[in-house]
Design a protein around this ligand. Structure first.
Ligand SMILES: [Zn+2]
Length: 408
């Protein structure tokens, strides 16, 4: 298939329009969207010839937006905003449509953690089978790490392209926010259920503080229901308190509080995100918190998932992967970090290089002599051989391998 580079262009009801313009002017383009939906049924992405179909969605608030056609993500050009890795390279594939369902109105997500609880005795919950049945059964709900990975993958924050340059929190926030508008979680609009910490600027400080207050006000007891919500931000520091810890977030003054036992559990479950080694590489810790409001109005963390990223928000499973992501970026390689979601046992390459055809894999081998690790490594090598892919491997006891794009 041929391809074109430059800004992403879309064909909508017979007209060719830049995607960036459409995203910013979706209200202005509403007539065009409605016509395309009624007359053609879809839009077209012009990153390839022949063009690829795009789903036209209309959110509950009447806002139109475009999404990749199911199962066609890997056919889009690697630079295209609708490009996705093959389903075998993502933990996304492990969920049933009960957990994540894509509809014409947007995406419906069933989060395993309830966001409301009634103050009457609860019905016995029947979700344990889902968690313990393992491989064969697809998951019927999404865990916190799964949701964090879904958000990152959906907004392409796990991919790097040298022409696009380094991402800032401002871009992350904007992309995440756009996704939230088109998503429903546990029956609730996700832009109400999840607060993404906005970037701090002196000009917006007052507006941001008011938004956080409004968010906090909707939590707590309403009649016979207790409302919780989600907060997404960067953990800047963890400081001790008399009862546990306070999570201090970047761009925000209000801390989130957690009991010591929860923090201990989190550091065990997400040990790379909380490791000291990560801090040495200017890495970032992204966390998704489930919060409640205390009687005094504090935000109390009742559960969390944490994810390590490099300084430009590319996720990494260890501090060595942070080093690799930085090195790939400095060699101007285009790459994607495959995300495992809640599937801890998924066999995925550590990074996928998308500037070569077919895409090549990058593996970071860090620990020697552990039986489980060696077995996993053998399993991975077998997987690559079967797929016939080029693999660049880095044994971390050695210097970094040659990473430059051949012929550049
Ligand atoms: Zn495309």
């Amino acid at each position: 298939m041929a391809h074109t580079t430059g800004p992403a262009r879309i064909q909508l009801a017979g007209r060719t329009i830049e995607l960036a313009w459409l995203r910013e002017h979706s209200t202005q383009a509403a007539t065009l969207f409605a016509r395309a939906r009624a007359e053609v049924g879809h839009a077209r992405c012009l990153c390839r010839r022949p063009a690829l179909r795009l789903v036209i969605r209309c959110t509950r608030s009447g806002r139109y937006h475009l999404a990749g056609w199911p199962g066609e993500g890997e056919h889009h050009h690697p630079h295209c905003p609708f490009n996705k890795l093959s389903p075998q390279l993502s933990g996304r594939d492990r969920y049933s449509t009960q957990a994540i369902r894509e509809t014409d109105d947007g995406v419906l997500i069933h989060l395993a953690t309830p966001l409301t609880s009634t103050l009457t005795p609860p019905e016995p919950r029947n979700t344990t089978r889902n968690e313990t049945a393992g491989e064969a059964v697809s998951r019927r709900s999404v865990g916190l790490l799964g949701l964090l990975h879904w958000l990152w993958e959906q907004t392409r924050l796990n991919s790097f392209h040298p022409q696009a340059g380094h991402l800032t929190w401002r871009t992350c926030h904007a992309r995440l926010h756009q996704q939230l508008h088109a998503t429903t979680i546990n029956g609730q609009p996700m832009d109400e259920a999840l607060y993404v910490q906005p970037p701090f600027t002196p000009a917006t400080a007052a507006v941001n503080a008011a938004a956080l207050d409004a968010f906090r006000a909707q939590l707590g007891r309403h009649g016979t229901t207790e409302r919780r919500a989600l907060v997404l931000g960067q953990i800047r520091a963890v400081t001790p308190t008399p009862y546990g810890v306070a999570y201090r977030l970047a761009h925000q003054r209000t801390p989130l509080y957690a009991r010591a036992a929860l923090h201990t559990k989190a550091t065990r479950s997400y040990r790379h995100a909380f490791s000291k080694a990560a801090a040495e590489h200017a890495a970032i810790r992204i966390a998704l918190f489930v919060v409640e409001r205390s009687a005094k109005g504090h935000l109390i963390v009742v559960d969390l998932a944490a994810m390590l990223t490099n300084r430009t928000f590319i996720p990494a499973d260890s501090s060595y992967e942070v080093v690799m992501a930085d090195a790939l970026a400095s060699h101007r390689r285009a790459f994607v970090k495959p995300l495992r979601y809640d599937a801890a046992d998924a066999v995925l390459p550590d990074f996928v290089l998308t500037d070569v055809t077919p895409a090549a894999y990058v593996e970071v081998y860090g620990i020697h002599g552990q039986h489980a690790y060696e077995r996993r490594k053998a399993h991975k090598q077998d997987f690559y051989q079967r797929r016939g892919r080029q693999v660049i491997a880095w044994d971390v006891s050695q210097p970094l391998p040659q990473l430059a794009l051949p012929g550049r």
